[in-house]
Design a protein around this ligand. Structure first.
Ligand SMILES: Nc1ncnc2c1ncn2[C@@H]1O[C@H](COP(=O)(O)OP(=O)(O)OP(=O)(O)O)[C@@H](O)[C@H]1O
Length: 253
């Protein structure tokens, strides 16, 4: 069964369209990139999938996750899915972390909240998860607070939280943009390994085409609120069919 099916998604602000006619599907375990210039509607599309649109915006169309319709679903149903079946990693790790809780505890809490482990197993698995995202000295750093870690280490913690419950779908919105280039590459490795190990599907939002080429099998290109091209990453990046994709490629080379 298709994991995520977005059909004719539209998003409006007070009647004016921000996203229009967006349709795409993601199969289980598939890694899909969503690229486009700033303001093209990538983040809003992801927020609509998660049921996290900012106030004042309205979504219409359909977002099906397995056999469940998410558009218009109640907050209770959505919060049961979020953090467990669908998880998200944003650009700035500090906003996702609680500054006054030790990071190991935050990873454990993600499991306890969705009751995927009991308390003892959660503490033990939290350290193991931190090790899996290649945080150095995971036992020691599990006891640290977010401000005691570097930006790259914090994003590893966020990734450990996002992977803790073996999500069916991980959505990443520019997860490495705030990090320096060498750290970026290492985080991408960890991320790609993490989703492969769990057979999680990935929706990866970025404006960095090189990143898409490394991580994603298929790519969707957005421009001015619409998907203008989609296909296997290699094909789209080597022989773009849409003029906008060609321009995007030129701008990045
Ligand atoms: N809360 C809001 N109210 C009104 N307009 C909004 C709101 N949020 C976003 N927009 C507008 O919707 C459009 C799409 O925004 P979105 O954040 O999805 O773009 P993006 O492709 O993710 O850009 P970036 O790469 O810069 O994050 C933009 O024109 C933006 O100004």
């Amino acid at each position: 069964m298709t994991l995520l099916a977005v059909e004719d998604l539209g998003i409006t602000a007070g009647g004016s369209p921000l996203v229009e006619d967006v349709s795409f599907a993601i199969e289980p375990g598939e890694r899909v990139g969503l690229i486009g210039a700033s303001g093209s509607g990538k983040s809003l599309t992801a927020s609509a999938v998660m049921g996290l649109l900012p106030e004042g915006l309205t979504a219409y169309g359909s977002v099906r996750f397995g056999d469940r319709e998410l558009l218009g679903a109640g907050e209770r149903e959505l919060s049961r899915l979020r953090g467990k079946d669908i998880t998200m990693v944003f650009q700035e790790p500090m906003t996702a972390l609680n500054p006054s809780m030790r990071v190991g505890k935050q990873v454990a809490e993600a499991m306890l909240l969705h009751r995927t482990r009991d308390r003892r197993a959660a503490s033990k698995d939290a350290v193991e998860l931190l090790e899996r995202v290649r945080l150095p000295e995971p036992e020691r750093l599990a006891r640290a607070y977010p401000h005691q870690l570097s930006g790259g280490q914090r994003q590893r913690v966020v990734l450990a939280i996002a992977l803790a419950n073996d999500p069916a779908l991980l959505i990443c919105d520019e997860p490495t943009t705030a990090l320096d280039v060498t750290v970026q590459a290492r985080i991408l490795d960890v991320l790609a390994d993490g989703v492969r190990e769990r057979e999680s599907a990935l929706l990866f939002i970025t404006h960095d085409l090189a990143v898409v080429a490394t991580v994603c099998e298929r790519v969707l290109v957005m421009n001015e609120g619409r998907i203008v091209e989609s296909g296997p990453t290699r094909r789209v990046l080597s022989a773009p069919e849409h003029e906008y994709t060609a321009r995007l490629l030129e701008a990045s080379s």
